[in-house]
Design a protein around this ligand. Sequence first.
Ligand SMILES: [Ca+2]
Ligand SMILES: [Ca+2]
Ligand SMILES: [Ca+2]
Ligand SMILES: [Ca+2]
Length: 321
Amino acid sequence: MENKTIFARLRPLLIGGFAFCATTSAGAFTITGSIDSNYQVNFEPFRLNFDATAADNLLLVIDTEGSGLSDTEIGLFDQAGNLIADDDDGGTGFLSRLSFGAGGADGDLASGVYDIAIGAHNTDFADGPSVTSHSTATGGYNLNIELYEIPSATTSWTGSLAAGEVAFFDFTLTDPVVAADGGSLVLDTINSTISDTELGLFDASGNLLADNDDYPGLDLLSQLDFGAAGGGDLAAGDYRVYVGGYDTTFADGPAVSSTSGYTGDFVINMRTSADPIIVQGGVSPVPEPANLALSLIALSGLAVGVRRRGREAAKDTSRAG
Ligand SMILES: [Ca+2]
Ligand SMILES: [Ca+2]
Ligand SMILES: [Ca+2]
Ligand SMILES: [Ca+2]
């Protein structure tokens, strides 16, 4: 089968300083095919023209989102037949996902020619390449290969949580984050000691903009994407990001409560191309709900709050209910 040189047209975009190209048509490449008969597996070759490494802040994703085949499996082999990585259900539902480089779950991936083997569940992958399908399922598939450039951490906030606690940080964007301008903002909890985090972002009016429990490729850690990273644009203004352990519940207010038993240190990384960005510093307890909107406007410092369970939590419950 002829090699598909898929990144020949992506590399110039990166040289040109694209902050984030995966959600644009130029940054994603889809190989389509189908499994037409019992026990069929297909090999789809592709060439990676550069190293996809965490050190270079590049994230390479290979997934099967959008496939007609409902339960895919994929395996990645080098030209010596070594199995680099394989996945069954890392994507949406029973679809598959491999991820390399920054934030990836499967390590870095060096430049070179690779084969992606795809079959329906259950398929076995081993060095050889050896790929054996035990499935009689048939259907079409999409092999999506997407490249993301993840901005380096602009700011990282750390702290620790006891059981049932949540923390928040306030920041101000002096410039909007606009996908059409190539701007991106990513908040994640990479390097947290707490193994299962949740994140929620609120605007200055207390509206919940987005929340995430488990982000693809980060296991049980969390990530929120905005602008060209996906998830919508952000206007200039004040924002508050909350972190908690699983299970934390987020609603407009902000109304944030946690039933988490996870304890330990968290890290929130802000990765953004927005320039300039001003992070206001300071430490304060969680304000009473009636004062919150005002305090968001009047912040004079980076606010770090930890809400303890007890009467505050009881109030939260009554508001939510
Ligand atoms: Ca699967
Ligand atoms: Ca399998
Ligand atoms: Ca989580
Ligand atoms: Ca939750």
